[in-house]
Design a protein around this ligand. Structure first.
Ligand code: NAD
Length: 322
């Protein structure tokens, strides 16, 4: 158990790897597998059709792991507004200790959860949003670089800049999100000042193994809700409409980018059926290990990588090389 970071201590986990919320992917099976492997698994609240379904999924997860796991609550533009407070209340009732929040105007939900001493890991793509979240009393920031899957924000700052800016300015511990798939990445994130990493795409599978880092596409920028998606026929069509529409109405692309349709991809396995999120990190993924094998591999790689960096210098700072 080599890792001892603010994240591992606060969450009571062994390896500083968080499996971030993923729509249509973050079910009990995945979350429990990641937690059992020593990381933090996360259920995605809005993948469950109702708050009561979330309650059932939380209870199912408790039968699959005795380790800590969290719940993601994402507040983004949606075709049907979910009852966020009801989902949050279920999280509180079920004794969940950590919540990953993401998206716009999270204040009321964070306030409610903080009243119950729940640890908040808030995901953001800009330092300005991170600073607002610090004022809301979040415990950790999850700094999400432009490489990431899904909602990349509108400022396109990659993690090399964003993580160092977080270290320089925030004063609250943070983890690195976007572009991470292995232990070398974890070691790099720790070197830049993070307390761990968040991974999403790495916990997904088959079509990704065949994909390159160039196989993602940015959609919905025109509506200031930019999303990085796996590039396929549906995203190509959505981008074509986005560029050529004379009305600029979201409804023209709505049926293409619909989450309901995208969900089918995970059921029927047809990667071209709808849209689904993937990060540029797909180019670094070459196999489909179990969560146990993956998380342990990341631990080993990170330790080897950190040990390798230790060997890159000798003696003390300011003194001649031994
Ligand atoms: P959806 O089918 O309603 O929308 C599909 C896409 O269009 C989403 O990217 C959405 O943000 C966007 N969108 C919807 N209305 C829009 C508008 N008026 N202007 C601009 N963009 C708009 O949603 P979905 O993909 O089925 O997601 C359902 C719920 O799950 C949403 O509340 C969403 O925030 C949430 N979600 C969570 C995650 C996660 O990882 N936790 C990821 C994606 C979505």
């Amino acid at each position: 158990m080599p890792f001892d970071t603010a994240l591992t201590r606060a969450l009571g986990i062994e390896i500083p790897v968080v499996q971030g919320g993923m729509q249509w992917v973050g079910y009990a099976e995945l979350a429990s597998a990641v937690s059992n492997a020593g990381g933090l698994g996360i259920l995605t609240a809005l993948t469950q059709p109702t708050p009561e379904d979330l309650r059932k999924e939380i209870r199912k997860t408790k039968t699959l792991t005795t380790k800590p796991f969290g719940v993601n609550i994402t507040l983004l533009p949606t075709m049907n507004a979910p009852p966020y407070h009801e989902y949050a209340q279920v999280v509180i009732d079920e004794g969940i200790k950590v919540v990953e929040t993401a998206g716009n105007s999270p204040g009321p939900v964070i306030n409610l959860l903080k009243q119950h001493n729940i640890i908040i890991l808030h995901k953001c793509t800009t330092i300005r949003h991170a600073q607002s979240a610090v004022k809301l009393g979040v415990d950790f920031l999850s700094i999400d670089g432009f490489e990431c899957a899904g909602h990349v924000g509108e400022h396109d700052i990659t993690n090399f800049i964003l993580l160092s800016k977080a270290r320089q300015t925030l004063g609250v511990p943070f983890i690195a999100s976007g572009g991470f798939a292995d232990g070398q990445g974890l070691a790099a994130a720790l070197a830049l000042g993070a307390e761990g990493v968040n991974m999403g795409t790495r916990f997904m599978c088959t079509a990704i193994v065949d994909a390159q880092e160039t196989d993602t596409e940015l959609v919905l920028r025109r509506w200031k809700n930019t999303s990085r998606l796996f590039k396929n026929k549906v995203t190509d069509e959505a981008v074509r409409i986005e560029k050529t529409s004379t009305t600029g109405k979201f409804e023209e692309v709505g049926p293409l980018v619909s989450g309901k349709r995208g969900r089918e991809v995970f059921i029927n396995g047809d990667k071209d059926f709808g849209v689904w999120t993937a990060g540029q990190v797909i180019g670094l993924i070459h196999d489909i290990p179990t969560c146990e094998v993956l998380v342990r591999r990341i631990e080993k790689e990170a330790v080897e990588s950190l040990e390798r960096s230790q060997k890159l210098f000798r003696g003390k700072v300011g003194q001649p090389k031994l």
